[in-house]
Design a protein around this ligand. Structure first.
Ligand code: KG4
Ligand code: ZN
Length: 335
């Protein structure tokens, strides 16, 4: 029997709704971004985000149904992100989804946002099946995850401080680029020399799969201060390229080691930073050398979107059944 899942995502600054058929086929994926509003503040302002979700959510869902050529009665399951994320923002999509499920008398399922990011790979690669290792790198998370089976995860490593995307955004701000900084550093770094400045690489203890990016961020800030104090000119492209190389080198090394450690033949990446061109290039090369299949979603599916939530919701629903309508938002939900 065909199952159509309506997914709703409001964990940060994108209001998104999507319809997915049988977990893999995207019938629609509407994303309404608030970036232009938050740009003025140099980052996401939580209360503004919640209010914008309230304004947008009804129309975004309506548009997702229209684009799929469906009406509410055609939907079989309603899925919404319930964490991790900004709690006020999460509550908008979650409450909307639960109200909709109640009024339509359809099952509701709460989805973990990180699980959603990983699941974007199921949509992008319809023959992908677990087990595999996935590096989830976004503005809020940096996790190395062993995907044992659908809906079954083991965290192999995580960041001990800043997320990779957060480091990109902070360094971008320090060198006078806009928000979000990741794509801007990615672009500027192409004009710079990645070996120009030797920033630290945080490998932590031997055999650790954890990450740390706050030391690197401080090293970049110290370098900029030193150059300014000495009245020396800063080559921003070199700073961007050298910073990026420090991030990418550690992400690549640990991901490859994790895939070998778990004995899987496939490595996936997910999350906003997974659209970084240097990360993709270097992983592509290393995976080829090691005989590992390397997969990533397209850019739309890397950053926050509801198609990935509907996909994760489908597999969780099949395996575990619906969530209770008393489910609450959990800002620091673990996978
Ligand atoms: O997954 P996402 O949309 O939201 C979270 O769940 O956090 O990720 C947004 C993050 C931002 O920090 C942004 O700067 C980063 O992803 N990002 C990138 C690139 N595109 C987005 N970082 C590096 N290179 C990129 N091309
Ligand atoms: Zn995200």
């Amino acid at each position: 029997m065909d199952i159509k899942v309506l997914g709703i995502e409001t964990s940060c600054d994108e209001t998104s709704a999507a319809v997915i058929l049988n977990g893999r086929k995207v019938l629609s994926n509407v994303i309404s971004s608030q970036i232009d509003i938050h740009k003025k503040f140099g980052g996401v302002v939580p209360e503004v985000a919640s209010r914008k979700h309230v304004e947008a959510v009804c129309n975004v869902v309506k548009q997702a149904l229209d684009e799929a050529g469906l009406s509410f009665k055609d939907i079989d399951v309603i899925a919404a992100t319930y964490g991790p994320g900004l709690v006020g923002a999460l509550l908008v999509g979650l409450s909307y989804a639960k109200g909709l499920a109640l009024s339509l008398n359809k099952p509701f399922i709460g989805v973990n946002h990180i699980e959603g990011h990983i699941s974007a790979n199921y949509i992008a690669h319809t023959n992908l099946e677990p087990p595999f290792v996935c590096l989830v790198v976004s503005g809020g998370h940096t996790h190395l995850v062993y995907v044992k089976d659908y809906g079954e995860y083991e965290i192999i490593g995580r960041t001990r401080d800043d997320a990779a995307g957060e480091a990109y955004d902070k360094v971008a701000r320090a060198i006078g680029l806009g928000y979000p900084g990741g794509p801007l550093i990615d672009k500027l770094a192409k004009e710079g020399d990645k070996n120009a400045i030797k920033f630290p690489r945080a490998y932590l203890e031997d055999e650790s799969f954890d990450f740390s990016f706050s030391g690197l961020k401080s090293a970049v800030l110290n370098y900029l201060n030193k150059m300014n104090m000495q009245g020396l000119e800063i080559n921003r492209a070199d700073v961007a390229a050298s910073f990026q190389q420090s991030v990418v080198e550690v992400l690549v090394d640990k991901s490859i080691t994790a895939a070998k450690y778990k004995g899987v033949d496939t490595l996936c990446i997910a999350g906003g930073v997974a659209s970084n061109s240097e990360l993709r290039n270097q992983l592509e090369k290393r995976c080829k050398k090691e005989g590992i299949r390397f997969l990533y979603p397209n850019t739309i599916l890397c950053t926050d979107n509801a198609a990935m939530i509907a996909c994760a919701g489908y597999y969780d629903y099949i395996k575990y059944g619906p969530s209770k309508l008393s489910l609450n938002a959990v800002a620091s939900l673990k996978i």
